[in-house]
Design a binder for this molecule. Structure first.
Ligand SMILES: [Zn+2]
Length: 241
């Protein structure tokens, strides 16, 4: 697979051991064009970068070497890890994003991404539950790659966690209990930035982040019966992956 070089100097000086790479984090650039995105990812003043960048035509650029810590995730958590930059490779996909006109990802982008993920998973033995979106690890600040990102398709390729189809039944849990169980479930999956036994005004952002990933047609920020059920199925599965 052809990977072109387009270097950014926005990375931490200290190299890391390759065995510390445990996560692949997917972003959209949220910039008007590939040209503007690359400029920003290379500008020393922006202090952002990524390891791989995918254009709308499916061309892949390597911007930072894998053994360097690129600056893509910012303040972030997943399971027992904080500051995911240290443990991850960041992949930026060109898309104008919600601010400038959120687009469908192109077929070329997604097939290039799938090829790239397969290579990286094999090389670094990445678990499929550790292939994540920026919004998964920073749900209070970020919404990328967003609801157009094809997580279900990735899961079919063995590249993401997903749930089996289910028959929909009304849930009988009382809503207070439901909240607690829902947050316990997503804690088990890896989500952070909430407290399962204490309500917070930020809860709906975490719920939305979960929905953007697993129920992209229902981003209500409310724990609907479907949302709840999916959290149950995934929590059970996340033990195994
Ligand atoms: Zn991002």
């Amino acid at each position: 697979m052809l990977i072109n070089l387009n270097k950014s100097l926005n990375y931490s000086k200290k190299s890391r051991k390759l065995k510390n790479i445990k996560f692949l984090i997917i972003h959209y650039t949220g910039m008007q064009s590939t040209r503007v995105s690359l400029q920003r990812l290379k500008n020393p003043k922006s202090k952002v970068s990524c390891h791989y960048f995918i254009t709308k035509n499916g061309v892949i650029y390597r911007m930072v070497e894998d053994n360097k810590v690129a600056w893509h995730a910012g303040k972030s958590k997943w399971k027992n890890k904080t500051n995911l930059n240290k443990y991850s490779l960041g992949i930026e996909i060109q898309n104008k994003g919600h601010q400038f006109g959120y687009e469908k990802f192109t077929k070329k982008q997604i097939s290039a991404l799938i090829q790239l993920l397969k290579i990286l998973v094999k090389k670094y033995k990445i678990k499929k539950n550790n292939i994540l979106g920026h919004s998964d690890v920073a749900p209070l600040r970020k919404i990328d790659p967003g609801e157009n990102f094809p997580w279900k398709l990735l899961s079919k390729k063995g590249l993401a966690l997903w749930y089996e189809n289910f028959k929909f039944k009304k849930n009988r849990n009382k809503s207070k209990m439901k909240r607690k169980i829902f947050f316990r479930n997503i804690h088990k999956i890896g989500y952070r930035f909430f407290n399962s036994s204490k309500k917070s005004k930020n809860d709906n952002m975490v719920i939305k982040s979960f929905q953007r990933r697993f129920l992209p047609r229902d981003i209500s920020g409310k724990i609907t019966d479907k949302t709840f059920k999916i959290s149950q199925l995934l929590a059970r599965k996340s033990n195994l992956t």
